[in-house]
Design a protein around this ligand. Structure first.
Ligand code: SAM
Length: 290
């Protein structure tokens, strides 16, 4: 494991005082809509960077650098950081913060002012995604970036703790659902810790969770990702129903749904919450022709 950041406690990181000063100087009031909760604790940053296991040869994509807390930590561990920030005021200030705190790394980053949900091109190919994500769009951002940038091989994201549990849930678990199955299309997700509320400004009302992931090949299937995801959406839209009933709309009737389930080797009276991504792929393959 690359433990460079945690081994260098002398490396200055932004604390509560610096974050408040920066926010005051910029006249910003953190907004809930953009999930703006800034990390004010250097040890938390070191913990995130260490858990992300970034190699010094890597280009890291950071979504939502905010005031730069995590960006500075990532610059200590990676070769290059590409930071995508939607807020124009924060995006414009980041270069100055880096110049002040990491003057030796001013050639090692790019800032892109964009919505991470829509970004389709980056100035460099990232091999890792490491981010303290805006909570209200965390799952769609992760799914979009994994779909859009196949160069991302691994990563670590901080999200609401309950979302972390959902992303990492195995089939059959109470919190297994659409995020768990779709994320499993791309990779293996693992819960990598819980972060308390008081390391943020402003403090959120709920704890945060870390999710580490490793990309793997998608399931081998003749169905497209969109076709497989359509089955997942249908199965969980009515999660208390049997798959035979829940997939009736998708298949063009309950009898056709049963046919697709049987040919996929899935019990028609089962519920979606027990199926893994491979089973959903097999069901999508067997969709009856209209
Ligand atoms: N990385 C900083 C930290 O750890 O202190 C800030 C994290 S804060 C939870 C989320 C950041 O994401 C904010 O800076 C916010 O402006 C930004 N953001 C929100 N929605 C975004 C989007 N759709 N695309 C890119 N950035 C976004």
């Amino acid at each position: 494991m690359n433990d460079k950041a945690s081994q260098s406690p002398a490396t200055p990181l932004l604390g509560a005082g610096e974050i408040r000063r920066l926010a005051e100087e910029l006249g910003i009031r953190p907004t809930k809509t953009l999930g703006q909760n800034f990390v004010i604790d250097g040890n938390t940053i070191r913990r995130i960077v260490s858990a992300a296991d970034v190699d010094p040869s890597e280009t890291v994509l950071e979504v939502g650098p905010g005031l730069g807390s995590l960006t500075l930590g990532l610059l200590d561990a990676a070769k290059h950081v590409v930071a995508v920030e939607i807020d124009p005021v924060l995006a414009a200030r980041l270069p100055e913060t880096i110049a002040q705190w990491r003057p030796e790394r001013v050639d090692s980053y790019d800032v892109v002012q964009a919505d991470a949900l829509r970004v389709t091109e980056l100035p460099a190919d990232p091999s890792a995604l490491v981010a303290n994500l805006p909570y209200n769009v965390a799952v769609p951002v992760v799914l979009h970036l994994l779909a859009q940038f196949p160069s991302i091989r691994h990563g670590l994201v901080m999200v609401q703790d309950e979302v972390a549990d959902r992303l990492a849930a195995p089939p059959g678990s109470k919190v297994y659902g659409v995020p768990s199955v779709k994320a499993a299309w791309y990779g293996t997700m693992r819960k990598a810790g819980v972060i308390g509320m008081n390391v943020f400004w402003p403090a959120p009302k709920i704890a945060s969770g870390l999710v580490a992931f490793e990309r793997h090949d998608p399931p081998q299937t003749s169905a497209s990702r969109e076709e497989v995801f359509a089955v997942i959406d249908a199965a969980f839209a009515q999660r208390r129903k049997t798959l035979r009933a829940a997939l009736a709309g998708w298949a063009g009737g309950a009898a056709r749904a049963e046919e697709a389930l049987v040919s996929a080797g899935v019990e028609p009276s089962a519920r979606g919450e027990v199926l893994d991504i491979h089973a959903f792929a097999r069901i999508a393959e067997g969709k009856p022709k209209p």
